[in-house]
Design a protein around this ligand. Structure first.
Ligand code: ADP
Ligand code: MG
Length: 332
C-alpha cells in the first residue's frame, strides 16, 4: 500500500509546516526495532502497528516533538513507550540518577496501566520502570526510585510532592510524555505540570497525547513543545460531518437555487420535516415567508425573541421525532 493510501485509509493527517513527515511504519518489520521488542509484540499477538503507532514511531525516532490527537483505545501507550525504550538504550544513563523517560498521566489507574505496559514490553530489553501516584504511601515509591528507574510514570500531584522532598531528580529526563493531556488540564493539573516541566532540561523531546484538541490544550502544547509534528487520527475537527449522513452538494446559480429547493421539497414524503440553513437572517425570513404559502414554515435566528425561537423548536420536536427530520438543506 502506498503511504498516501495508508494515511487515507486510517484517516491520518499530519501537520508540520515546512517539513516533510516520515512515512508510516506499516508493518512491525519495517520499524527496525530491536529483536527483543519485536518478539514482545509478536508474543502479544499484535499483527501490525496501530495507525497512531505507525505514524508516530518514525517521527519520535527522528527526535521530533509530537502532538498526537487520537481516540482512546488506539494504542497510544506503545506509541510513545517503544521509541522511549530505544532512547533509554542509546543514552545508557545511570537510572539511579533519575529517569530518562518521564510520563505524566492524569490518574492512578492510567498510570498503573502505562507501567504495566512498560513492564510487559520492556522486560526483555531490561528497561526498569516505576509508578508514582497519590492515595498510596510514599515509602515503597521512594524505595523504587532509590533502586533506579529508567522510566517514571507519575501523576502530577505526587511527582511534585516527591520533587519537593528532593527524592527524585529530573535532570536526565530526555523524553517527556504528557499522556491524556486534555484530561490532566480538565483535572486542574496545569500548574503542577508547568512546575514539573521547569525541572526538565529544555533540550528534551516532548510528546503530547490527547483525545481532544481544545484551546487550552493547544496553548500548553505551544508553550511546552518545540516545532512539534502533529498527527491526527480520525476526524478531530469538531465541525466535520457525521459519517452516517449522506451529503449531496450541488452548485447552482442563485436563480436556480429557489427552483431546485422547490423541487427537493416536493420530492419529500408527506409529513417530512426539513431544516434549511441560510447564511443571512434576511434570507431566513424571506424564505420562510415564501415557503409558508405552501408548507408550514417558520424561521429562527438571532433577531427573533427567545419565545419565538422556543416555539419553532417546540414545533420541530412535537411534530416529529428528530429521526424523522429527513433533510437538512443549506442554502448559502
Ligand atoms: P490508548 O492509550 O490509545 O487508549 P492503549 O495504549 O491503552 O490505547 O491500547 C489499547 C489496547 O490495545 C491495549 O490493550 C494494548 O495492549 C493494545 N494494543 C496496542 N498496540 C496494539 C497493536 N499494534 N495491535 C493490537 N493491539 C494493540
Ligand atoms: Mg492511553
Amino acid at each position: 500500500m502506498s503511504v498516501d493510501a495508508y494515511r487515507k485509509k486510517h484517516e491520518i493527517t499530519i501537520i508540520c509546516p515546512g517539513r516533510e513527515a516520515p512515512p508510516p511504519f506499516m508493518s512491525f518489520q519495517s520499524t527496525c526495532f530491536p529483536s527483543e521488542i519485536l518478539r514482545e509484540v509478536q508474543q502479544a499477538g499484535f499483527k501490525a502497528p496501530s495507525p497512531i503507532q505507525a505514524q508516530s514511531w518514525p517521527i519520535a525516532l527522528k527526535g521530533s516533538d509530537i502532538v498526537a490527537v487520537a481516540k482512546t483505545g488506539s494504542g497510544k501507550t506503545l506509541g510513545y513507550l517503544l521509541p522511549g525504550f530505544i532512547l533509554v538504550k542509546n543514552l545508557r544513563h545511570n537510572s539511579r540518577d533519575g529517569p530518562t523517560v518521564l510520563v505524566l498521566s492524569p490518574t492512578r489507574e492510567l498510570a498503573t496501566q502505562i507501567q504495566d505496559e512498560a513492564i510487559k514490553f520492556g522486560r526483555s530489553s531490561r528497561i526498569s520502570s516505576t509508578c508514582l501516584y497519590g492515595g498510596a504511601p510514599k515509602g515503597p515509591q521512594l524505595r523504587d526510585l532509590e533502586r533506579g528507574a529508567d522510566i517514571v510514570v507519575a501523576t502530577p500531584g505526587r511527582l511534585n510532592d516527591i520533587l519537593e522532598m528532593g527524592k527524585v531528580s529530573l535532570r536526565q529526563v530526555a523524553y517527556l510524555v504528557l499522556d491524556e493531556a486534555d484530561r490532566m488540564l480538565d483535572m486542574g493539573f496545569e500548574p503542577q505540570i508547568r512546575k514539573i516541566v521547569k525541572q526538565v532540561q529544555p533540550k528534551r523531546q516532548t510528546l503530547m497525547f490527547t483525545a481532544t484538541w481544545p484551546r487550552e490544550v493547544r496553548k500548553i502544547a505551544s508553550d511546552l513543545l518545540t516545532n512539534p509534528v502533529q498527527v491526527n487520527i480520525g476526524n478531530t475537527d469538531e465541525l466535520v460531518a457525521n459519517k452516517s449522513i449522506t451529503q449531496h452538494v450541488e452548485v447552482t446559480t442563485s436563480f436556480e437555487k429557489g427552483r431546485r429547493l422547490d423541487q427537493i421539497l416536493r420530492q419529500q414524503e408527506p409529513g417530512s420535516k426539513v431544516i434549511i440553513f441560510c447564511s443571512t437572517k434576511r434570507m431566513c425570513d424571506q424564505l420562510s415567508r415564501n415557503l409558508s404559502r405552501q408548507y408550514g414554515a417558520s424561521a429562527i435566528h438571532g433577531d427573533k425573541s427567545q419565545a419565538e425561537r422556543d416555539s419553532v423548536r417546540l414545533e420541530l420536536h412535537t411534530h416529529s421525532s428528530v429521526t424523522r427530520i429527513l433533510s437538512m438543506l443549506q442554502i448559502l
